[in-house]
Design a protein around this ligand. Structure first.
Ligand SMILES: *Cc1c(COP(=O)(O)O)cnc(C)c1O
Length: 223
């Protein structure tokens, strides 16, 4: 197994000068693959499963910034809270409260993204516009309850489709929600992170204003 170093360089070229962060999504891939990409300079890695992440993390360099990008169950937050850098999939107040509790226990500040749902697939997690607005309102009115968190922005996924105009329209919707939310939270945190775009659609996401792309299979091969 080997990573695609040429693809890595091409992606970095696409991102350079645009202030877009690359998160290399290493789920299901062995630590040796992660070490290879690390040796080329990559520091941000994304994982979807708590158990897999907690097994890999101690085997790898301590300066890796781990992004949790999967669906996170409240009862598992405690396992990643000691080291996780950013949690992308926050989609409920309950989860947010648990992340706060575990971050405080570990004396840490954890960056979070609120996940919005715009794709047509029923199965994708996330908040609709109304749910987003009420969660954001709650956060801004209860600032002191969330001292150990920084809500840094939004995360979203487009539908899994070849229809690029649909993908683009969905990214535009996520960007619009981001712009609407920003004024409500930007006095509390740097609300500056928009996480959208994967292997198949990251170029469109960049055109639509993303600040972070989550790329797996282009770098590590098919899962
Ligand atoms: C797996 C995954 C990715 C990476 O997908 P690729 O198509 O392999 O680039 C990005 N984001 C999330 C939320 C994922 O689950």
């Amino acid at each position: 197994m080997a990573i695609d170093a040429a693809a890595y360089r091409l992606i970095l070229q696409d991102l350079s000068g645009r202030n877009v962060t690359l998160v290399a999504v290493s789920k299901t891939k062995p630590v040796t693959d992660i070490e290879q990409l690390y040796s080329l300079g990559q520091r941000d890695f994304g994982e979807n499963y708590v158990q897999e992440l907690t097994e890999k993390q101690p085997q790898l360099p301590g300066d890796i910034r781990w992004h949790f990008i999967g669906h996170l169950q409240s009862n598992k937050v405690k396992y990643i809270a000691p080291f996780v850098h950013m949690i992308h999939g926050v989609d409920s107040l309950n989860l947010l409260k648990e992340i706060q509790k575990q971050a405080a226990k570990n004396n840490r500040t954890i960056d979070c993204l609120l996940q919005v749902h715009v794709a047509t697939e029923e199965t994708k997690f996330g908040l609709d516009e109304e749910e987003l607005n009420s969660l954001v309102q709650h956060i801004s009115q209860h600032r002191d309850d969330f001292r150990n968190l920084r809500i840094r922005g939004l995360m979203g996924m487009a539908s899994f489709t070849d229809n690029t105009s649909q993908v683009r329209a969905e990214f535009k919707t996520i960007k619009k929600l981001f712009s609407q939310t920003q004024p409500q939270l930007s006095s509390l945190y740097a609300f500056d992170t928009l996480s959208m775009g994967m292997s198949g659609d990251y170029a469109i996401a960049i055109e639509e204003g993303t600040t972070l792309v989550r790329i797996g299979s282009l770098l590590f091969g098919k899962r």
